[in-house]
Design a protein around this ligand. Structure first.
Ligand SMILES: Nc1nc2c(ncn2[C@@H]2O[C@H](COP(=O)(O)OP(=O)(O)OP(=O)(O)O)[C@@H](O)[C@H]2O)c(=O)[nH]1
Ligand SMILES: [Mg+2]
Length: 339
């Protein structure tokens, strides 16, 4: 009997390992490096952060589990000078080193880059394309920023080309327009707007990581990686919002407003809504109603729900991922390409 008991345990262990997806976060270029440096220490063990850059000085200062300098031969560590073709070349040159930095059993790769410069704009689509070709089962999520109007036409054009490519080669692409942060903040301080977007990206990625958690206990409802894969696969533009409030509805509304691309969620492909808070605040009727709003009002055919009871926050948190959403803002941004 003792032997059989052990065997059962061993079986369970391997099932648990298989369901806990390894997540790798790759920050490419100055913007990507900034964002992962700010929060890499906060992640659980199943998350690995990798900073990638053509610019050795910036990379040296970055904080990440692993760092990869790309384009060593062509650019000699001096950056891609705002030219996406140079960023692309650099990523192609050192793609093996970047892929080697990924965990062997990685389930989700999240790529972060600011669109508009050379390294991130050129490098991100190459990385996502290569992962698609060589690690077909991996879910590829790109999280990008769009440049400010004030940064000029050249950066905008770089961003347009790169965003279009990124959308094609990623499963989900989440867009955060620096301009919209400026609008929201009613501020003219560029750094302030950048840091608002950085924080937004930080909480978006943290939401994705939490949705993959296989923590268990009374009241927990986990979202399977297979559910996640089902709504994410080749789904184009995505939305991630994180909201907080005293009640579920307040937090849900807040999550819907946490938007830097003016997304329309109506008739999206799928959604995950993930509730966190003290058990007494996570009322089943309210969770069900919020989920119903997604399926009935927004007519989203596939909606998965996750719950994590916790005393970590004083309030309720709603984390929302919606895939294959629409956005006039992004359409208009790309329309000027005239492709
Ligand atoms: N939100 C936000 N946006 C940033 C940040 N840094 C840069 N950006 C934006 O990202 C775009 C690309 O900038 P970088 O990431 O520095 O460029 P890069 O990819 O390193 O490219 P090169 O330096 O030309 O090789 C800029 O035009 C900005 O709009 C940041 O910290 N936060
Ligand atoms: Mg740079």
């Amino acid at each position: 009997m003792a032997i059989r008991g052990r065997m059962v345990d061993r079986g369970l262990e391997s099932v648990e390992k298989a369901t806990e997806a390894k997540i790798n976060i790759v920050g490419i270029g100055g913007c990507g490096n900034n964002i992962i440096s700010a929060f890499y220490k906060k992640f659980p063990k199943n998350v690995k952060t990798i900073a990638v850059n053509t610019d050795s000085a910036v990379l040296k200062k970055a904080d990440a589990d692993e760092k990869v300098l790309i384009g060593r031969y062509t650019h000699k560590g001096r950056g891609a000078q705002g030219v996406p073709d140079l960023g692309r070349e650099a990523m192609e040159e050192d793609i093996e080193s970047v892929l080697r930095a990924l965990d062997e059993n990685v389930g989700i790769v999240i790529g972060i880059a600011g669109m508009g410069g050379g390294t991130g704009s050129g490098g991100l689509p190459v990385l996502m394309r290569e992962i698609g070709l060589r690690k077909r089962e991996v879910i590829k999520i790109s999280v990008v920023t769009l440049p400010m109007r004030e940064e000029g036409e050249e950066r905008k054009r770089n961003a347009q080309f790169s965003l279009k490519e990124t959308l094609e080669v990623s499963d989900v692409t989440v867009v955060n327009a620096n301009d919209l942060a400026m609008e929201k903040a009613k501020s003219v301080d560029l750094n302030y707007a950048f840091s608002m977007v950085n924080r937004k990206i930080e909480r978006s990625i943290y939401a994705l990581v939490k949705m993959q958690s296989s923590e268990t206990g009374p009241g927990y409802v986990n979202v399977d990686l297979s559910n996640f894969a089902r709504i994410s696969y080749q789904s184009g533009l995505g939305f991630i919002g994180v909201g907080r409030g005293r009640y579920i509805f307040e937090a849900f509304d807040d999550a819907l407003q946490d938007d830097y691309a003016k997304c329309d969620l109506t008739e999206a492909k799928g959604a995950i809504i993930y509730f966190e808070g003290k058990s007494v605040d996570l009322r089943v009727d309210q969770m069900r109603e919020a989920t119903d709003i997604l399926s009935r009002r927004y007519r989203i055919p596939t909606v998965f729900m996750g719950v994590r009871p916790t005393f970590e926050y004083p309030d309720v948190r709603v984390n929302l991922l919606v895939t294959q959403v629409r956005s006039h803002y992004v359409d208009d941004f790309l329309a000027e390409l005239g492709l």
